[in-house]
Design a protein around this ligand. Structure first.
Ligand code: GDP
Length: 379
């Protein structure tokens, strides 16, 4: 479905370069992209005070490499206003043939591990190699922390000034589902625009790694070497998601320790199931500060792409991911619809009480709730 080289003569920033404010805040609130059950649409922000573009203008603008239209198209998919949903989906539908021509890389690690320093180093390295790099973030906690990742304009200063790159902070949202949809759709728009490397950053806490894993081709876990146990705080589950472990800050006095940690991790990795069929996850070292090891990790990613493309796994994973995305949205919609259902709400307390008190078995409780839900439309 991809149309490669649809704009062979295009260089990023050719058009719309007057809009160089690249770090833009996402919009607040969150829905899953489906029709809403509980309506708070009136409080949702709309595209502010700008003439609304037509579908054709969005599509043409993105395909022509106009940065201001790129930003507006992303704002459109991030919007929670039901009126924007339809137009956003039509824009995406028309852009879809131009998407997919990128390598999607997820990057995670605990706060302070050096994610933004690394992304800046890798991003600049890639831009200099002729790539066009989009940096996105998935941060489901950003309503609480006010956009903790990529929200701070002082991060990635060099990269954010480079017209070959584009940085978009996490859309703020209450639900991971909402953030995920927006980030995935933003990724597609960025691909249609012409970015061929998409870096998706997430903080190394909780569920967001699994979510980011489900939207990228290659997943990179940044790590630190430290005193004591080299497996400090790193959950085995997260290591199992990774296609490479990268021990950052391998510079100065820390260099030798990082080398030792690499050996330890490689030993540990031996016993873990690989994240990608036919690929062996290994540990590497780098210094995002001195750039040492940045070229090596890029070679690893390129080799990964070569191997998985040849084996067919690259495409297979993408197909599975897009179907998973569909059913995740269906599930989320059904869940919301169920809990917002008036009939269900009416009997929930009573059914819960009965099951907690041991008067009815859980299966019967579930059956009663579902029967109520299926009985009427809930209006
Ligand atoms: P994040 O929270 O994961 O995004 O981490 P940051 O990129 O903000 O980095 C946290 C701190 O570690 C900053 O003070 C960086 O300058 C420092 N740092 C990042 N990468 C390196 C590195 O490779 N070597 C050294 N020595 N310091 C680094």
């Amino acid at each position: 479905m991809s149309q490669k080289n649809h704009r062979p003569d295009w260089t990023p920033g050719d058009a719309g370069a007057e809009f160089t404010t690249q770090v833009k805040a996402g919009v607040a609130g969150g829905h899953d992209g489906m029709s809403r059950q509980t309506d708070n649409a009136t409080s949702a922000p709309t595209i502010p005070r700008r003439r609304r573009l037509t579908v054709e203008e969005y599509v043409q603008g993105v395909l022509e490499g106009k940065r201001n239209v790129l930003a507006q198209a992303i704002t459109l998919v991030e919007s929670n206003a039901p009126a924007h949903l339809e137009i956003a989906q039509e824009v995406l539908r028309q852009l879809l043939p131009y998407t997919g021509n990128s390598i999607r890389i997820g990057i995670t690690g605990v706060p302070g591990v050096g994610k933004s320093t690394f992304i800046e180093a890798l991003g600049m390295f890639l831009c200099e190699q002729g790539h066009r790099v989009a940096v996105l973030a998935v941060d489901p906690s950003s309503t609480v922390t006010r956009g903790s990742i990529l929200g701070d304009k002082t991060r990635m200063e060099q990269l954010s000034r480079d017209l070959r790159a584009f940085i978009r902070p996490s859309p703020s949202s209450g639900t991971l589902g909402g953030v995920t949809r927006k980030s995935r759709e933003t990724m597609l728009i960025c691909e249609a625009f012409g970015f061929d490397v998409i870096l998706v950053e997430t903080v190394g806490v909780g569920q967001s790694e699994t979510t980011v894993r489900s939207m990228v081709d290659f997943f990179l876990l940044l790590m630190l070497t430290g005193a004591g146990d080299e497996l400090q705080g790193i959950k085995k589950g997260i290591m199992e998601l990774a296609d490479a472990l990268l021990i950052n800050k391998a510079d100065g006095e820390n260099k030798l320790r990082a080398q030792a940690a690499k050996t330890d991790y490689n030993r540990a990795l031996h016993y873990l199931a690989p994240a990608t069929e036919g690929w062996r996850t290994r540990a590497y070292t780098c210094s995002a500060l001195t750039d040492e090891g940045i070229d090596e990790i890029w070679k690893v990613i390129e080799e990964f792409r070569r191997q998985t493309t040849a084996s067919g796994f690259f495409e297979k994973r993408r197909q599975r991911q897009v179907l998973d995305w569909v059913y995740t949205m269906v599930e989320e919609h059904l869940r919301q619809s169920f809990f917002a259902h008036r009939g269900v709400k009416d009997i929930r307390a009573e059914v819960e009480h009965a099951v907690v008190e041991g008067h009815i078995p859980p299966t019967v409780a579930a059956q009663e709730l579902i029967k109520k839900y299926e009985e009427s439309s809930g209006d």
